[in-house]
Write a protein that binds this ligand. Structure first.
Ligand SMILES: [Zn+2]
Length: 227
């Protein structure tokens, strides 16, 4: 579960590394003549979609995102929440480690595992039908709608990126394996050359020792034969 809100400038880590660009514009609040602040709904919606896309792309780096839900609830326990479901627990764990404590538009994200696993059950059906009488303080999730075509196109892009990364990783692994094999082979050849060199030397040595032995034998004999 991520806690953040739409409006953006940068995803960044508090230490400054790992940052990526995000839209510059944040929700525009027009202060009309009556002093009443009116949110430019169109701009806010556009910013929300950019925020959603930023987050989707960033989270997809950890694995396959099965669902990303940004809620509009105003209750203390739900305000600013974003839920991301990964296809794999390890991916979720990686995302939690890396994303927790990073900043989006100067706002720190606090990431934790979510008890919500079934979003169909958790979301407010009345809100989906534009008829929730409980409003922002409803206890069911008011999931902000995102055009299906945007999600599909991001899914396809992220899947293509993942496949490319996987292929690159595999090619790198194959290359490393080949290099290891090659170096092992060279080592073995060096060893073989050395040992054949040594054995030819030792053959030479031993043959000269044989000769020397014969000589010394002769010497011995000559000594023994000498009075
Ligand atoms: Zn509701």
């Amino acid at each position: 579960m991520l806690s953040s809100s739409p409006s953006s400038r940068l995803f960044s880590h508090h230490s400054g590394e790992a940052s990526l660009p995000a839209p510059a514009a944040s929700c525009e609040i027009n202060n009309k003549s009556g002093g009443e602040a009116v949110i430019d709904q169109e701009q806010a919606n556009e910013d929300f979609l950019v925020f959603f896309e930023d987050l989707y792309v960033e989270l997809s780096k950890f694995g396959r995102v099965e669902g990303l839900h940004v809620v509009e609830n105003l209750g203390d326990h739900l305000i600013g929440h974003v839920y991301c479901k990964f296809s794999d627990e390890e991916e979720a764990s990686d995302a939690l480690q890396v994303m927790n404590g990073r900043y989006y538009d100067g706002r720190r994200m606090e990431v934790e595992y979510s008890p919500v696993t079934d979003f169909r059950e958790a979301r407010c059906r009345d809100y989906d039908e534009d008829a929730c009488a409980r409003g922002g303080f409803c206890n069911f999730l008011h999931v902000k709608p995102v055009p299906m075509c945007l999600i599909r196109s991001m899914e396809e892009d992220c899947e293509a990126d993942r496949i490319r990364d996987q292929e690159e990783r595999r090619a790198k692994e194959r290359e490393e394996k080949r290099a290891r094999k090659e170096s092992k082979k060279r080592k073995r050849e060096r060893k073989e050359r050395k040992s054949s060199h040594r054995s030819s030397r030792s053959r030479k040595r031993s043959s000269s020792r044989d000769r020397g032995g014969a000589e010394s034998d002769d010497d011995d004999r000559s000594y023994s034969q000498s009075p």
